[in-house]
Design a protein around this ligand. Sequence first.
Ligand SMILES: CC(C)(COP(=O)(O)OP(=O)(O)OC[C@H]1O[C@@H](n2cnc3c(N)ncnc32)[C@H](O)[C@@H]1OP(=O)(O)O)[C@@H](O)C(=O)NCCC(=O)NCCS
Length: 204
Amino acid sequence: MPVFFQQQINENTRLGVWKIEETEAFFKGNVPVHREVTHPKKRLQHLAGRFLLQYLFPDFPYELIRIADTRKPFLPDERYHFSISHCGDYAAALVSRDSRVGVDVERVTDKILSIKDKFLSPEEQALFISEPSLPDPRLLTLFWSAKESVFKWYGEGGVDFKKQIRLERFNPSQGELNGYFAPAAHAFQVQYCFFDRLVLSWLV
Ligand SMILES: CC(C)(COP(=O)(O)OP(=O)(O)OC[C@H]1O[C@@H](n2cnc3c(N)ncnc32)[C@H](O)[C@@H]1OP(=O)(O)O)[C@@H](O)C(=O)NCCC(=O)NCCS
């Protein structure tokens, strides 16, 4: 299947999600330069993520991608800013000509219940979780994904999710989460949507 979801975020920024049903040979034929990845499934995800970059912007220069010490891929001349995420059979990419970006795709599972205290502060839990004894894994996965998007948008690593990425306002009717990112002293707005048990979040 080709693209699963696509959105023109603004004049210079495009978002895409690919449902991976192709073989490795398909992606390798279309992605001339990529990182070596040992695990076959992860290799396929990696290739699909890279493939999307040129799918969204056909002149995207794969050969110029470099990897920072933090493991963030980037283009030294900043012709494009981009972010990639993969999960199961899905790969997502967000590419912009002029703005830093972050994207994350996550599958909703109950595992998130046992780690909520690691990434949500007591204030965030009091604000957003109405039934503390029975938190909704969809909501928790969304909050985790939003923080991952902020982490990727920043790209410098070394972020304390609980203390430094603060979720402050939640607007489900608009698919928006607002908050404050302390290391950059920056207010942010994450956009999101659900596809059944999958959550996609992004930040421009
Ligand atoms: C790097 C990280 C964001 C990757 O997230 P993930 O859910 O494991 O994997 P995803 O599929 O969503 O993203 C992987 C992609 O992120 C990108 N990436 C890797 N490191 C990155 C970084 N430091 N900044 C931005 N993007 C990064 C890469 O493009 C990678 O894909 P690729 O190697 O195929 O190109 C994650 O491993 C991480 O370190 N998160 C922070 C965890 C943390 O600090 N938690 C503390 C609170 S509990």
